[in-house]
Design a protein around this ligand. Structure first.
Ligand SMILES: [Zn+2]
Length: 197
């Protein structure tokens, strides 16, 4: 069986964008807003060289909310893959949940099994890649990421700052990440140690 490092996308791989016109921090709405965070190429290259699958698992309700369309999401994907390959890093797969319970687009309005905190994206990837989820890792920047990883027995990493804005929410929800780290690179270094090599 294979092992994976599951990566949330926004805030882990790329910068979160402040959208002034609607006053929210959110995913990039255009390819030009998509920008890799520092050391992401190096981190994913390390994941590749450890023989672990690098798999993105991300809620992307932006199409459901009519912030952008499928063509834009594909273009953003392409930019991500290109930016990473320039740094000799490779994603094995990208899984998105496009649904939202309050979607404006009717066909995406659904209470699905893939929107994190539900683990549907992870279990689908496990089928596709013959993964041992208990020996896999998940790195995310929100409580729902950690909940999804915990639900299937992954070792979980929360990207957060020292003050830990999310700590109160974590304790309210009784969710405990295995590690709290400042960024993807630090998480990857710990995985390398845990894995032994
Ligand atoms: Zn879904």
């Amino acid at each position: 069986m294979n092992r994976a490092v599951f990566l949330d996308r926004d805030g882990v791989i790329n910068k979160i964008i402040y959208h002034q016109e609607i006053g929210v921090l959110d995913t990039p709405f255009t390819p030009s807003q998509f920008e890799l965070l520092p050391q992401v190429g190096k981190s994913i290259r390390m994941i590749n060289s450890m023989g672990l699958k690098a798999i993105v698992v991300s809620n992307q309700p932006g199409i459901a909310k009519k912030h952008f369309d499928m063509v834009t999401l594909k273009a953003i994907d392409q930019k991500m893959h290109k930016a990473l390959s320039r740094q000799n890093a490779r994603l094995d797969a990208v899984y998105y949940c496009l649904h939202h319970p309050q979607a404006e687009k009717k066909e995406l309005k659904r209470r699905c099994k893939c929107r994190k905190p539900k683990p549907g994206l992870l279990t689908q990837a496990a089928k596709d890649f013959d993964l041992n989820l208990k020996k896999s890792y998940l790195i995310g920047d929100s409580v729902t990421d950690i909940q999804a990883g915990k639900a299937v027995g992954c070792t979980t990493f929360l990207i957060g700052n020292h003050k830990c804005d999310l700590c109160r929410l974590l304790s309210e929800k009784k969710v405990k990440p295995d590690f709290i780290v400042p960024n993807l690179y630090q998480a990857t270094k710990i995985i390398k140690k845990l894995k032994g090599g």
